[in-house]
Design a protein around this ligand. Structure first.
Ligand code: FES
Ligand code: FES
Length: 152
């Protein structure tokens, strides 16, 4: 199987049905993408597939052959920079476990929409749970990043 991840092609020997998350973490050691629930309920495993936030724990690797796969290790561009800056400025993370997934969802949103409404932010981020309950800072950081990107 050939997967394009963070701009690089990888030839991989992958068992049929293996979730993308396992390929990323166990075969490629891209451990920034986290395993939380394994059943598409927490968002810790969020990556971008052709620019869309997707749950890698329930995405079979063979389903994304030929797609552009992006993980937290490969984030770049104006939206990613704005999100990283806002996250740092607000000191968003607590334990950090959910944060890779939160950031992947936030960047996907801001790459598609320049000034999302609070409702649109809520809709885009609702599938990313945070057991440390950092939701107020996360939502504010997305708003700040959208504003900063708009002003850049
Ligand atoms: S690990 Fe994929 S959504 Fe929880
Ligand atoms: S910062 Fe701990 S789970 Fe979100």
């Amino acid at each position: 199987m050939k997967l394009r991840i963070n701009g690089q092609d990888h030839e991989l020997d992958v068992a049929p049905g293996m979730p993308l998350l396992w390929v990323l973490r166990d075969k490629l050691r891209l451990t920034g993408t986290k395993y939380g629930c394994g059943i598409a309920q927490c968002g810790a495993c969020t990556v971008q597939i052709d620019g869309q936030a997707r749950r890698s724990c329930v995405t079979p690797a063979e389903a994304v052959e030929g797609s552009d796969i992006r993980t937290i290790e490969g984030l770049e561009g104006a939206a990613a920079e704005a999100v990283q800056a806002a996250w740092l400025a607000l000191d968003v993370p607590q334990c950090g476990y959910c944060q890779s997934g939160q950031i992947m969802s936030a960047v996907a949103l801001l790459e598609q929409q320049d000034s999302p409404s609070d409702q649109e932010i809520e809709g885009a981020m609702a599938g990313n749970l945070c057991r440390c309950n950092c939701y107020v800072r996360i939502r504010q950081a997305v708003r700040d990043a959208a504003q900063a990107k708009g002003e850049a």
